[in-house]
Write a protein that binds this ligand. Structure first.
Ligand SMILES: Nc1ncnc2c1ncn2[C@@H]1O[C@H](COP(=O)(O)OP(=O)(O)OP(=O)(O)O)[C@@H](O)[C@H]1O
Ligand SMILES: [Mg+2]
Length: 434
């Protein structure tokens, strides 16, 4: 066992240095050898009682091969979790004779399961100070969550999730919009209390499923805006950055939810990506309520997917995993298509534009936006203030052609920057946002 080798080495080292000082051997926190903690917990930091931290020396050990992990902290790439041996030093603010040291060793014991094991040798009677030091290290390493007003953003590309979309700007069949809205409001107004009466954690899970570009993200942004007005907290998780869809992000989201103590909307974009990765079992635990956040004020999860097929049948079929699934469809009716076109043509809208409406049915909203945008750009380019029907028709043709060549192109343009493109990087060790 690796920990035995660590303890053996550390106690021999102790005997060599401090033969007369009695000690205890303990499991220690691996955060003390994390390079972030080591650079952030500064010499002189007060600990419990009269003790203060006095720095560390690196020790050599023939049973430990020093190695560090690394990750992104803000814009910088830094060393993080580290295996190594250290002498941590503590001083008394009053009495020099009260100084003491701790021998600490951390190591990996398995190449595959990259988890550190750490032990420490602490002089008798010093556990309080050591525990205070460990918790300072843990605090330094704890993931940071960007908080902007009442929105917590976890993952995603540089662009912020910006809940600035107006509910009126989301163009969908009125019944669908109404159902989604009322489901959420009913949960917060009555559901939370009901869950509590039934001794269940108030956690409701809705899924928005639909092909790319139908407005799922937009819908989430509009619902987030409304939630903020109601003094609810919004937590937004995206798997579409290079860290990928890792369970760690969900955990961070739950930390934010747990500390919110307000009604919370938890948006999990592209939940299918988590279900395809190694963390699937844990996501299922969340959906089953085993690992879900316990926020007494209620948490409503809004998950999105554009790959409903990728979602395991077991989720759809098993009651309780998702409370409700809303299909956000492509445009189904002429009147919705027209409303959408009018919206994106805005002041350049003309009655004759109606003629392209049949071409817009069965397309996602993003298509209509592109058609309108392209035609308006063409007019601007030609220094014309009016967009002719021919310009719109040409725009429809060229976009349909483009879709034949590259069905994905609609995904590459996300004006709101919510979670960026739909790249689904696989989770990778190392570079994560910490
Ligand atoms: N129902 C809609 N009403 C108004 N605009 C829409 C609608 N659907 C799409 N759009 C336009 O298309 C853009 C892209 O839509 P959005 O990102 O919300 O789609 P999505 O369903 O989240 O797609 P994906 O599955 O690829 O994430 C929106 O920002 C908006 O400009
Ligand atoms: Mg989306």
């Amino acid at each position: 066992m690796q920990y035995e080798r660590l303890v053996e080495w550390a106690s021999a080292e102790w005997e060599k240095r401090y033969p007369d000082i009695p000690y205890v051997t303990i499991w220690a926190s691996t955060e003390c050898s994390n390079k972030i903690a080591q650079s952030q917990v500064k010499i002189g930091r007060s600990l419990r009682g009269k003790a203060k931290y006095a720095g560390f020396d690196e020790l050599e050990s023939d049973v430990i091969t020093p190695i560090s992990d690394y990750g992104a902290r803000g814009r910088k790439t830094v060393l993080t979790a580290t295996a190594g041996a250290y002498l941590f030093k503590f001083e008394s603010k009053e009495d020099v004779d009260d100084d003491f040291q701790v021998i600490y060793a951390s190591s990996y014991f398995d190449d595959d399961v990259q988890e550190l094991t750490a032990i420490a040798i602490v002089p008798e009677g010093r556990l309080d100070t050591w525990a205070a030091f460990e918790s300072q290290c843990a605090r330094a390493v704890r993931p940071r969550i960007k908080r902007r007003r009442d929105v917590y953003i976890i993952g995603g590309t540089d662009a912020f999730f910006d809940p600035t979309v107006e509910w009126e700007d989301v163009i969908l069949a009125p019944t669908l919009k109404k159902e989604i809205f009322e489901d959420i409001e009913a949960f917060f107004s009555e559901g939370v209390e009901l869950y509590q009466k039934l001794k269940l954690a108030p956690f409701r899970k809705l899924l928005m499923a639909g092909v790319p570009g139908t407005g799922k993200t937009m819908l989430c942004a509009a619902l987030a805006k409304h939630a903020l007005k109601q003094k609810r907290i919004v937590v937004y998780v995206s798997g579409s950055d290079r860290d990928g869809a890792t369970f760690e992000k969900i955990q961070r989201a739950f930390q934010a939810v747990a500390s919110a103590s307000y009604p919370t909307i938890l948006i999990v974009e592209e939940i299918d990506a988590y279900l395809r990765g190694d963390d699937k079992a844990r996501i299922l635990n969340v959906l089953d309520g085993i690992e879900s956040p316990n926020n007494p004020k209620g948490t409503l999860m809004l998950a999105t997917t554009n790959y409903p097929d990728a979602i395991d049948e077991r989720i759809f079929k098993r009651p309780g995993r998702l409370d409700r699934i809303f299909v956000v469809p492509t445009i189904q009716e002429d009147n919705i298509a027209q409303e959408m076109l009018k919206h994106y043509m805005s002041e350049q809208w003309r009655e004759e534009h109606k003629e392209i409406v049949p071409d817009l049915v069965d397309q996602p909203g993003a298509f209509v936006r592109e058609v309108a945008l392209q035609a308006r750009m063409l007019a601007a380019h030609e220094h014309k203030s009016e967009v002719t029907l021919q310009m719109l028709q040409a725009s429809v043709e060229s976009l349909k052609n483009q879709m034949r060549l590259d069905g994905n192109f609609l995904l590459q343009r996300k004006p709101m920057g919510l979670g960026g493109g739909s790249s689904r990087s696989t989770p990778r060790r190392g570079l994560r946002d910490i």
